[in-house]
Design a protein around this ligand. Structure first.
Ligand code: FES
Length: 123
């Protein structure tokens, strides 16, 4: 990407924390349709870039298995809903809300939703 002055402008991915925006990595480092794990204030966050170019950030911990694997999930769609499918037991989560579309609660009775973070691409 080039600005009007001819200087290369790098677009970075940022995540909102309680206090501001934290830079994750260059947008181009994210592979379309894949996720990466980032550590934000001690929490593992799974950051996804969809094939359409949208960004989403969700908790990296799969609530059903307790494993930190959501960033390795398969990104896709269920109808109009952009989803990530857990690599453990294949439950689908709405990338926009973190909500599990297959089961409302985990086996121990806790809500099966992933936390979400605001994420943006910034030049
Ligand atoms: S490539 Fe972006 S966090 Fe590793």
């Amino acid at each position: 990407m080039t600005s009007t002055t001819g200087t290369a402008v790098e677009t970075t991915v940022e995540i909102a924390t309680g206090t501001g925006w934290v830079t994750i990595c260059p947008y181009d480092r994210l592979t379309p349709g894949r996720g990466v794990a980032a550590l934000i204030e001690g929490e593992q966050v799974a950051v996804f870039r969809t094939r359409a170019g949208e960004l989403y950030a969700l908790g990296n911990r799969d609530p059903f298995s307790g494993a930190y694997v959501m960033s390795r999930g398969i990104v896709g769609r269920r109808g109009e809903v952009p989803i990530v499918t857990s690599p453990m037991y294949q439950q689908a989560f709405d990338l926009r809300t973190g909500e599990c579309l297959d089961e409302a609660t985990t086996p121990d009775g806790t809500p099966a939703a992933l936390p979400t973070w605001r994420v943006r691409a910034r030049s």
